[in-house]
Design a protein around this ligand. Structure first.
Ligand SMILES: NC(=O)c1ccc[n+]([C@@H]2O[C@H](COP(=O)([O-])OP(=O)(O)OC[C@H]3O[C@@H](n4cnc5c(N)ncnc54)[C@H](O)[C@@H]3O)[C@@H](O)[C@H]2O)c1
Length: 343
């Protein structure tokens, strides 16, 4: 399946195909006419897929840089390490980088690509569920700094995204859950069909499920490529999710899953959300084995005043009136500190 991201001169194809790694040479030749390629990967993904992909790229001269797996590699130290290795390998202006890995490798490689020679092309080969259904498209790249996530970065769209769902077979369960929370979020904010597919299919990620999930992000990115407005809808479940993530027991996607239930409960209490959404969402989350903790949003709502989306004393809550119908409701800091539900 091919999905096209329409962004004028920065448009690109997103190829979603089981076995896509076997056709890597053709996929890359279709968009890149130089000889050298530099693959950035991590210490978990590299041993699993690097040799296979290098062997497939028989028309190119392929170099690789492997960094430690994990969020700590989205750092200035690793950014410097990657740049140093690339320059030692004598990378030239216009030569292609490939991000082979999860969202960490995608964000780091994209940022390196955006800054080396003021911008070399890069291709995303996402291997985690989160990267396949979300982070590999949209062009947000960056690293963490000074204790703050994604605080340094750039918008840099890839030349192509190549997704092989077969790579998910080696993904640990906890990483699968992490992506699943965000995938279900895409269904809630923009694609009722995706939720029906999740409810009615086996617990298996198909090309169609990834396609439907990516459609939601693609539609939003095309309207708001620089994250100035509609892209905030992708934060559904994140305002409450970030708070429960802080106690360290839940991965990000699991916290978002709980955050979505809280946002729906809040919307129901305010008379803004169709009450049936709560049970349907809970059923899907349980089917995919996401840990549901039954948090009461009223007990933690005061903490949302510290959310990074608190702008000039107002927090934007992303709510849905029904599946596929998302909106923002602003609530002032003073209302939040004395929050009482109106029902
Ligand atoms: N740019 C964006 O739009 C965007 C959107 C959402 C999240 N993100 C970023 O994405 C990052 C999280 O991404 P992630 O969850 O993929 O984390 P990750 O890249 O750390 O990958 C998770 C773990 O799974 C391993 N892994 C990945 N694919 C594997 C496979 N096929 N088999 C075995 N192991 C595999 C990795 O080595 C790592 O240990 C965060 O830094 C977040 O900020 C970016």
């Amino acid at each position: 399946m091919i999905l096209k991201m329409n962004l004028g001169p920065n448009s690109y194809d997103i190829v979603i195909k089981k076995g896509a790694y076997n056709k890597m040479n053709e996929e890359i030749k279709a968009v890149y006419d130089k000889q050298k390629i530099y693959i950035i990967t991590d210490s978990n993904v590299g041993p699993l897929y690097l040799d296979k992909i290098k062997n497939e790229l028989h028309d190119f001269k392929v170099y690789s840089v492997c960094v430690e797996a994990g969020e700590q590699s989205k750092s200035f130290e690793t950014y410097k390490e990657v740049l140093t290795k690339l320059l030692d390998l004598e990378i030239k202006r216009g030569e292609l980088l490939i991000a082979l890995g999860g969202g960490v490798i995608g964000d780091l490689t994209g940022f390196v690509a955006s800054s080396i020679y003021r911008g070399n092309p890069y291709i995303q080969i996402p291997t985690s569920l989160l990267a396949q259904m979300d982070s590999s498209i949209g062009g947000k790249t960056g690293i963490d700094f000074y204790g703050r996530k994604n605080i340094i970065g750039a918008f840099k769209q890839p030349l192509k995204v190549i997704i092989d769902p077969n790579a998910l077979e080696t993904l640990p369960k906890v990483e699968f859950n992490n992506g699943m929370g965000e995938l279900i979020k895409h269904g809630c904010i923009g694609n009722r069909k995706l939720l029906d597919m999740l409810l009615n299919s086996d617990v298996k990620i198909t090309e169609e499920i990834i396609y439907e999930s990516l459609c939601v992000k693609k539609n939003i990115v095309e309207i708001d490529p620089f994250d100035l407005n509609e892209r905030m809808f992708l934060n559904f479940g994140h305002t409450f999710g970030h708070i429960v993530e802080l106690d360290g027991h839940l991965r990000h996607g699991e916290a978002v899953a709980n955050g979505m239930l809280m946002a729906i409960q809040m919307g129901i209490d305010l008379g803004l959300t169709n009450p049936s959404c709560y049970d349907t969402l809970k059923k899907i989350l349980l089917k995919y084995d996401l840990p549901i903790k039954n948090y009461d949003y009223k007990e933690i709502i005061k903490n949302t005043v510290y959310d990074k989306k608190n702008i000039a004393g107002e927090v934007s809550f992303i709510l849905i009136s029904d599946f596929g119908a998302v909106f923002a409701k602003k609530i002032s800091e003073s209302e939040l500190l004395n929050y009482e539900c109106k029902n």
